[in-house]
Ligand binder design. Structure first.
Ligand SMILES: CC(C)(COP(=O)(O)OP(=O)(O)OC[C@H]1O[C@@H](n2cnc3c(N)ncnc32)[C@H](O)[C@@H]1OP(=O)(O)O)[C@@H](O)C(=O)NCCC(=O)NCCS
Length: 183
């Protein structure tokens, strides 16, 4: 099942005073395109690196994802300078569940940016979009991402095996966060 409704972006940027999540802007695209080629991002994220065409259409594609209700892509920005420091996205599986994906620019890692961004977006999805749960999936070797899940209070649902290419297999740890008010 896929989501059947468009998603309205947050009426005001989501912020905790250190990071801000806001819709993607034209001025973010050079930094997002450069970061999409980072070897760690390539290793752990399914997204293709952004070529010139993807860079040119980056804002239009993000807007279309919100309109169609397939995904909710946002830029993670420094709350003080408004400079982009990463990206975060919700990919909707249905009207009640979405998978969260994120990346922080290499030079900004290790400062707790991803946990802040994940907490903000997951709480917005559970409270404003009324999702039942947010799913986070990480390769079992991606210790940095698994730490993000743990720091944000996600609980482990289990591990599944995924086939990559013709035969290689990888283990994916699946986490979930549910609305604490509903248990
Ligand atoms: C996973 C990722 C988003 C974490 O973002 P972050 O803002 O650096 O998160 P944190 O600062 O909380 O650090 C998380 C862990 O990263 C590791 N880490 C710390 N400093 C680091 C650095 N300078 N560079 C890389 N990893 C670092 C540590 O294991 C840390 O855990 P700890 O706080 O228990 O020591 C980031 O490493 C990244 O963009 N990786 C590539 C894309 C990716 O893997 N996305 C997730 C796919 S599921």
């Amino acid at each position: 099942m896929v989501r059947t409704r468009p998603i309205e972006p947050p009426t005001a940027p989501l912020t905790d005073g250190t990071v801000t999540l806001r819709p993607r802007r034209e001025s973010d695209l050079d930094a997002l395109a450069e970061a999409s080629h980072d070897p760690e991002a390539r290793r752990w994220l399914d997204d293709e690196p952004m070529d010139e065409q993807a860079r040119r259409t980056g804002v239009a594609r993000a807007d279309e994802a919100w309109r169609s209700g397939t995904a909710a892509p946002l830029t993670i920005a420094d709350a003080v300078t408004d400079e982009p420091v990463g990206m975060i996205n919700l990919q909707f599986c249905s009207d009640t569940e979405a998978t969260i994906a994120y990346g922080v620019f290499p030079q900004c890692r290790g400062r707790g940016i991803a946990p802040r961004a994940v907490r903000l977006l997951a709480q917005w999805a559970l409270s404003d979009l009324k999702l039942e749960q947010v799913i986070l999936e990480a390769d079992e070797r991606n210790t940095a991402s698994i730490r993000v899940a743990e720091k944000c209070g996600f609980h482990g649902l289990g591990t599944r095996t995924e086939t990559v290419g013709d035969s290689a297999q990888r283990s994916i740890v699946v986490f979930a966060l549910r609305d604490s008010s509903t248990g």
